[in-house]
Design a protein around this ligand. Structure first.
Ligand code: SF4
Length: 781
């Protein structure tokens, strides 16, 4: 039987088998060891010439009972010879007081060094070896060395059980993988036939994963795209093309659809472990996610109990939020950290986009280096703006000044550093006020501001080392993370970024704005083997390919709608101008059009507007004029229960007609599924262009210069995607029949009509309410 070889780094081995103690995300606790290659080099260069730095070591263990080999690997910081024999040197850089470090302060440092010592002693056939822990304290420039001797027997007794423990887990995973792959080989497509276009998508997804390619798929509603992407990705896993599937979504509703698709496949025999990652602040048991042992009993001693919690969950196939929460409470561990540990052992991970792409929160367990990962990116049209947000950073003057004031009497160094950042922002603010032509985008990185922020970061770190439990620590940490994101974003800053200053109602801010996320997205995609971007509104496809880092050779797929076109009565009323300046004269005509639709059939209808204000005006006029029709309107902030009530109002057995007023691109503009008589028609008022603002103007200018598509990229395409999403609420199944009425003069412009999806080719123009009523009457007959 072929033996598998696994490789494990020393640090990973220690972390996965010898974890103990508490979670301490304070990041500033005095126990924090910092990565500091330059400090390491400094120490390595300061010792004698017989000191060998960065010595690569390895040792292979043959584990016959598990039929696997494990190769332990690592790099010793230093190896040198003395009269007493060989010494392994392990260098650690720490903040704080050197006197508080004794031999037993950091057992893990010894554990790590013992693994290196074992490898060196085995290779050199030594019976005894010395270990030296070298602690360097950069703030005081002090060095402290602690030395001890170990026999080969002691080292073997320490290392071997760790490897055994690790091997047991690996063997479990191997057995599990064999079962999983066997189940995948047996797994049939769960339905007797495919929807129109579904098989094509499925085959292309499989080929892209197999061939390590990226696919951009415009896949309309009704072809079963969730299954058509998940099924081939799982198939590919079973055939050895990939290690894990990441199903990435931007909304809980799409995540739930994916979850139920996995459930369906499991019912049909699939054996795969699935973990759903819920955001930390949602799953946290405490009021705030302040992950420190003195505040949170789940953080306190978390590592002492987490392995038992993992063991308890290992037999489970689907690990969702409620199961995680129950287990985390039972074992008194942090539910979020438990989820992340379980994700490591899972085949499929369902999570938000930001866990893969956001440089601030991406899953370091997976994406610090590349893996054989398959990315399925659902509702990918949402990733454009999400990616811009994830790759941008900003800093606000008000927050800086509030903190500065708080530190005036607390700490002079932090106060000075914060004041430095505040003054720099003030200078930028007054420069902005002096401009007569308003705020402008700049192409140069604000180096002075970043320099001030670095000074602030250092002062904050130093203070937090000793005061991290002070009430002032939280606001300081908040600003620390903002400043650190700003500085980090500055490192990626290139011609695809702009800097801008802006006076907002919340005060002045400076922002590093990523207007073209293509390069950074591509960097993240390189961490996997294949990616599939898919959505019902990935139109125009070239726009998305360009912004997601594809090129002219990118794999593209456009699938036509599977629904009979005669089931959709698509009407365009171009006789109304919805431009901002013309809105007040449009209300009456829009109300009349809604009336014509709502009175053409007893049913439920949705009307979408480009803004809340516009919605409110028309809603009030309509409701006053039509007391016999039920009306509900989306509010600008709705609680979860209010959203639910809104959706549930669209039931099939209502006594009288219902008209719901909603905003395009909002919570009801996509991701809701009102099949059959739950929704008979939709009116779409206007194009849904994003509001004119500085950022949009910056995007416009940039793409006008680089691609000559400025207005389209900034306004037209994002607006039309909202229109298509809203219209897509009406026909959800082959049996659905319904009406979509587009109201705006621009819908007759060729530049907008060219963006209509192919299934809208039968759109009819209506010029009056009477002709609208006649057409509707004929359609419902
Ligand atoms: S329960 Fe909340 S506060 Fe406690 S460790 Fe987990 S995320 Fe942090």
């Amino acid at each position: 039987m072929k033996r598998s070889v696994y490789y494990i780094g020393v640090r990973d081995l220690i972390e996965s088998t010898l974890r103990s103690g508490s979670l301490d995300n304070s990041f500033f606790s005095p126990n924090r060891a910092v990565e500091g290659t330059h400090y390491h080099q400094k120490i390595q260069m300061s010792v004698g010439s017989n000191y060998r730095s960065e010595v690569p070591l390895s040792h292979r263990f043959v584990l016959r009972q598990h039929s696997i080999d494990i190769e332990m690997r690592g790099k010793a910081d230093g190896v040198f010879e003395t009269d007493e024999g060989a010494v392994i040197d392990e260098i650690k850089v720490l903040f704080g007081d050197a006197r508080r470090v004794s031999r037993d302060t950091f057992p893990n440092h010894w554990h790590q060094a013992m693994c290196y010592a074992f490898m060196w002693a085995s290779a050199e056939k030594l019976q005894q070896i010395a270990i030296q822990l070298t602690y360097y304290f950069p703030d005081t420039k002090r060095t402290r060395r602690i030395k001890d001797f170990f026999t080969m027997e002691e080292l073997t007794d320490f290392v071997k059980p760790l490897v055994e423990r690790y091997a047991e887990r690996l063997a479990f995973c191997e057995r599990w993988r064999a079962q999983r792959d066997a189940s995948i080989r047996e797994l049939d497509f769960p339905y007797p036939s495919f929807h129109k276009g579904q098989k094509e998508l499925l085959d292309r997804v499989f080929a892209s994963v197999r061939d390590r390619r990226t696919l951009f798929a415009q896949a309309p509603t009704g072809i079963g795209k969730t299954l058509a992407t998940i099924f081939p990705a799982i198939r590919a896993l079973g055939e050895g093309y990939g290690e894990k599937v990441f199903y990435l979504t931007s909304k809980t509703s799409t995540q739930m659809v994916a979850e139920s698709t996995f459930d369906l496949l499991r019912e049909r025999g699939l054996k795969a472990k699935i973990t759903v990652i819920t955001a930390k602040d949602k799953v946290c048991f405490k009021e705030t996610a302040l992950c420190e042992p003195y505040y949170c009993e789940y953080a306190d001693g978390h590592f002492d109990r987490v392995d038992a919690a993992i063991e308890a969950l290992l037999p489970e196939k689907k690990i969702n939020r409620s199961l995680i929460e129950d287990t985390a409470r039972e074992y008194r561990v942090c539910p979020y950290e438990l989820t992340l540990d379980l994700a490591l052992l899972s085949d499929i991970i369902l999570c938000d986009y930001n866990y893969a792409f956001d440089p601030r929160v991406f899953l370091k367990r997976f994406f610090l280096s590349a893996g054989d990962y398959i990315f399925l990116i659902d509702e990918a049209h949402n990733l454009v703006d999400r990616a811009r947000d994830m790759f941008s950073a900003e800093i606000g003057l008000q927050q800086v000044e509030t903190l500065c004031e708080a530190f005036q009497t607390a700490d002079l160094e932090v106060y000075d550093a914060t004041r430095g950042v505040g003054q720099r922002l003030r200078e930028r603010e007054s420069a902005l006020e002096k401009r007569t032509d308003g705020p402008k985008a700049q192409t140069d990185l604000p180096k002075e501001l970043i320099k001030d922020m670095n000074t602030f970061l250092k002062a904050a770190e130093k203070w937090l080392e000793t005061h991290y439990r002070s009430p002032l620590a939280r606001p300081l940490i908040d600003l620390y993370f903002l400043a650190s994101a700003f500085v980090k974003t500055g490192e990626s800053f290139d011609e695809k970024f702009r800097v801008y200053d802006e006076a907002t109602p919340e005060g002045f801010r400076t922002k590093l704005f990523c207007l073209d996320p293509s390069t950074l997205l591509l960097e993240f995609l390189k961490k996997g083997r294949s990616a599939v971007f898919f959505s019902a509104t990935l139109l125009p496809l070239d726009y998305f390919v360009r912004l997601f880092g594809g090129d002219e050779n990118a794999e593209r797929l456009t699938i036509p709608s599977p629904f009979p076109s005669e089931n959709l009565c698509l009407l365009v009323n171009p006789g109304v101008s919805t431009f901002y300046r013309n809105r007040s004269s449009s209300y009456e005509k829009i109300v009349e059009s809604i009336e014509a639709l709502a009175r053409s059939k007893k049913g439920n209808f949705l009307v979408f507007f480009p803004s809340h204000q516009y919605l409110q005006q028309v809603y009030e006029s309509f409701a006053i004029k039509n007391p016999d029709i039920d009306c509900i309107a989306q509010k600008s902030r709705m609680r979860e229960s209010e959203r639910q009530d809104f959706i549930e109002a669209f039931c099939e057995d209502r006594e009288q007609t219902l008209v719901g007023f909603a905003v395009m691109g909002g919570i009801f503009g996509e991701g809701i599924d009102l099949r059959g008589d739950r929704l008979s028609g939709a009116v779409i008022v206007g194009i849904g262009h994003p509001q004119i603002c500085l950022e949009r103007e910056i995007i416009k200018e940039y793409f006008a210069q680089t691609l000559e598509t400025g207005y389209e990229y900034a306004y037209v395409y994002p607006g039309m995607i909202k229109v298509m999403q809203a219209a897509g609420r009406v026909i959800r199944s082959p049996e659905d029949r319904g009406v979509v009425l587009l109201i705006d003069e621009r819908f007759r412009y060729p530049s907008y009509q060219s963006l209509f999806p192919p299934e809208w080719s039968h759109a009819r123009k209506v010029s009056s309410c009477s002709s609208l009523s006649q057409i509707l009457k004929a359609f419902w007959k």
